[in-house]
Design a protein around this ligand. Structure first.
Ligand code: 8X3
Length: 259
């Protein structure tokens, strides 16, 4: 973990779930954190707690990655000591709805496409040139999904956005192959966070049913892999990691214990 001491890590969607867990593990490893989320109060609170616990610097910023101008402004306005971002964790993302495509809600699709695909692109487009300009051993870590490998019923648009994350990761890796920048795509299966609550528009019962009878992954399980990839030696690029609970084979093939 010595590799991560004083590195500057930018995490989108850092107010909960995988983003928050990554913040904690990076702080533990001595990295400095730029924590972004739509709710600045939440990232402020997380940042202050990590600062107190691990004596590391944190900067909390309000950001909705769907807003391209806001992405540009947040990065342009970074204080001088925060400008050299070593690691970008493109974590902000969501699933909305589990409807058949022909019955789906267009607003749900737009939220997923604008956050999972366009938001990730905006941040990457803005930050990678700066990594190059500052001659950093930069690292872009995208949070993809097993949904990006194989579609499942009702997940069409969500799966398509995560397939886009896979191909953006693969394409970017080719585009920066002649630079020190590394690109990693982490593809988790079922992780119990507020993911399903958001998918089902706040219906806790429906969300709980998703994880009933199976031990899902936790946000910490994923953060462990993110930090592992980030702390590999500079000549080692972890391109892709697919990780599922033991009783999940693909998005749609899950073994549940009957109660
Ligand atoms: C989340 C994985 O299987 O719940 O990205 O769609 S799944």
């Amino acid at each position: 973990m010595k590799m991560l001491k004083d590195k500057i890590v930018f995490i989108s969607g850092a107010s909960s779930g995988i983003g928050k867990a990554c913040a904690e593990l990076f702080a533990q490893a001595g990295a400095k954190l730029i924590l972004c989320a739509r709710s600045v109060e939440k990232v402020q609170e997380i940042g202050n707690a990590l600062k107190a616990q691990y004596q590391t610097d944190t900067l909390a910023l309000q950001l909705d990655v769907q807003d391209r101008k806001a992405v540009d402004k947040v990065v342009d306005d970074l204080p001088l000591q925060w400008k050299k971002i070593d690691i970008l964790v493109n974590n902000a993302g969501l699933a909305r709805g589990l409807d058949k495509l022909h019955q789906g809600d267009v607003a749900d699709w737009e939220a997923m496409i604008d956050t999972n695909v366009k938001g990730l692109l905006y941040l990457t487009r803005k930050i990678v040139p700066q990594m190059l300009e500052h001659k950093l051993n930069g690292h872009v870590i995208n949070i993809g999904s097993t949904a990006g490998i194989l579609a499942y019923p009702g997940g069409t648009v969500y799966c398509a956005t995560k397939a886009a994350v896979k191909f953006i990761s693969d394409g970017l890796r080719m585009d920066v192959v002649d630079t020190p920048i590394r690109v990693t795509n982490i593809q988790p299966g079922m992780v119990e966070t507020n993911f399903s609550v958001i998918r089902f528009h706040g219906d806790q019962q429906k969300a709980d049913n998703v994880y009933d009878g199976i031990e899902p992954l936790t946000a910490d399980d994923i953060a462990d892999i993110v930090v592992y990839a980030a702390s590999a030696p500079a000549h080692v690029q972890i391109c892709e990691v697919t990780v599922t609970p033991t009783h999940q084979a693909t998005g749609g093939i899950v073994h549940k214990e009957k109660k």
